[in-house]
Structures are given as structure tokens and as C-alpha cells.
Write a protein that binds this ligand. Structure first.
Ligand SMILES: Nc1nc2c(ncn2[C@@H]2O[C@H](COP(=O)(O)OP(=O)(O)O)[C@@H](O)[C@H]2O)c(=O)[nH]1
Ligand SMILES: [Mg+2]
Ligand SMILES: [Zn+2]
Length: 248
């Protein structure tokens, strides 16, 4: 079918090729209604840097984002509430779940209904477990989180698309270890942080990248705690690896 949209990243480097060769665009899926970012409250610990990287790629493709914080049975209630608040105040739907304690599963299932959804996130956060709990017929393989690294081992090796009812599609993707949005320019990154976006017009320089320019409305907003410091650190973390503004 034609692609109405697609979600991609920079292809990860192959082992032993650090610094060599161009990194091509790797497409995960196309014709999506939603990207469902699955995170966990613990084991592995909540990874907001990875979450923000996936959000940026989704925003740059204009695809809706939902965030799931799974394993709420083992996470700190206070930390879960703080992260929920940060992402909800950006405007994203955040669903707190636990497969073990049967929390939030109905709400998640409702949010997936009648759309095409890509599940993505680190391995070990519970993507396959959640999908099995919502749609028992799927019977996806569930992996143990490896004790030594606490990062989880890969159990899902390829993306798998399933039609779970007439109008609902679910794609389970392999665990993401690293995620770099493809084809972004430094000067555009702020547009894909929807909490930073409203301030951009207030910056003195119209090509401000909100790093250390004078009279930057974004930095002001961070200082006034109108933009979360964690989100701003994610912005800087992504900015660091993007191409410089082309000089004409
Ligand atoms: N405590 C707890 N463990 C969970 C939960 N969901 C999944 N797990 C466990 O986390 C591990 C990884 O789950 P899996 O579904 O394979 O994660 P995936 O790699 O994201 O697909 C398995 O041992 C699951 O039993 C949960 O809500 N709470
Ligand atoms: Mg899996
Ligand atoms: Zn600025």
C-alpha cells in the first residue's frame, strides 16, 4: 500500500564499524495511527532519554504518541506520578499499567481500539506481556530480564503485525537499544518537543538552537520551571548528535 506516514530511525551502527560509513534510514512501520511507547517503572528503570528520542521521531512524522508506564507493581509510586505529570503536561496520554497486578489494562486496550498501533520500547519492559494480557490469542514469547545487566535480552527479533480485531492492528517490535531520529537538523529539533515549541518564537535569534544564545525564551522557560529540566536535558542530549546547520 502507499505510505501515508512512516516511522524510522537512523540504522544502528554494526559492530566494529564505529565512525565509519553513512547511517541509512531504517523504517520500522508505516501507515500508523499511534506509536505506543512502552516503558517500565523499574527493571529496567524508566528511560526518559529513550522515550524522548522516540517522541521526537514520532512528532517529526506527525504520528500520535501514547506512553505506557508498565510494571507499576514494582516501581516507586512517587516517581511514576512525577513522570506521568511531565508527559501529561506536554499533552500526551500516559497509561500506568501492571500485567502482574492487572492495572490499566482495560484503559490501554480501549486506547488501541480502531487504530494501527506500533508498540516500541526497550526490551524487557513488558511489550509482549502486555499484548498477551490484552489479546490472549497472540501468545507472544515473553523473556526474562537478564540479571547481570538488568537491561533485558532480545526475545522479539523481528516486528510482528497482528490484526486483533476488524479495525485494530498491533505491531510488536524488537527491543530498542539505541534510537537516533533520522534526518533532523539542529535548528528544527525544538519543533518536535511540543513543550518547547510554544516558546521558540520568543527567542531573539530566529535560528536559535536554545543552547547558550542570549535572550533565549526556551532557556528562560526552563529556568522558570515552565519546561521540565529533564525534557530540556533530553533536548540537549539529542541536539549533540545532530548535524550542524548548513552554511550557505
Ligand atoms: N513485575 C512485573 N513484571 C512484568 C510486568 N510485565 C512484564 N513483566 C516481566 O518482564 C519481563 C519481560 O517481559 P516481556 O513481555 O518479554 O518484555 P518485552 O521485551 O518488552 O516484550 C518478563 O519476565 C515479564 O514476566 C509487570 O507488569 N510487572
Ligand atoms: Mg517482546
Ligand atoms: Zn532559544
Amino acid at each position: 500500500m502507499d505510505r501515508d506516514n512512516f516511522f524510522s530511525r537512523k540504522a544502528p551502527r554494526l559492530k566494529g564499524t564505529a565512525g565509519k560509513g553513512e547511517r541509512l534510514e531504517q523504517i520500522f512501520a508505516s501507515n500508523l495511527d499511534s506509536i505506543v511507547i512502552i516503558t517500565s517503572a523499574d527493571q529496567p528503570i524508566f528511560n526518559n532519554r529513550l522515550t524522548d528520542r522516540i517522541i521526537v521521531a514520532a512528532e517529526s512524522s506527525q504520528i500520535n504518541v501514547n506512553i505506557v508506564i508498565n510494571k507499576s507493581d514494582i516501581g516507586s509510586e512517587e516517581e511514576i506520578a512525577d513522570w506521568k505529570e511531565i508527559y501529561e503536561s506536554c499533552g500526551y496520554q500516559v497509561i500506568v499499567t501492571s500485567v502482574v497486578s492487572n492495572i490499566g489494562l482495560y484503559e490501554l486496550k480501549e486506547s488501541l481500539s480502531n487504530s494501527a498501533n506500533l508498540f516500541c520500547g526497550q526490551s524487557g519492559v513488558g511489550k509482549s506481556s502486555l499484548l498477551n494480557a490484552l489479546y490472549p490469542k497472540l501468545d507472544f514469547k515473553v523473556g526474562e530480564v537478564s540479571e547481570s545487566s538488568n537491561k533485558g535480552k532480545h526475545t522479539t527479533v523481528a516486528s510482528i503485525l497482528k490484526k486483533v480485531d476488524n479495525n485494530t492492528i498491533i505491531i510488536d517490535s524488537p527491543g530498542i537499544r539505541e534510537f537516533a531520529p533520522f534526518g533532523l537538523k539542529k535548528e528544527d529539533l525544538g519543533y518536535y518537543f511540543i513543550d518547547i515549541l510554544p516558546y521558540i518564537n520568543g527567542c531573539k535569534f530566529n535560528r536559535c538552537i536554545h543552547l547558550h544564545e542570549p535572550n533565549c525564551a526556551v532557556i528562560d522557560a526552563v529556568e522558570k520551571e515552565e519546561i521540565s529540566i529533564e525534557r530540556y536535558y533530553s533536548y540537549l542530549n539529542i541536539l549533540e548528535n545532530l548535524e550542524d546547520i548548513p552554511k550557505y
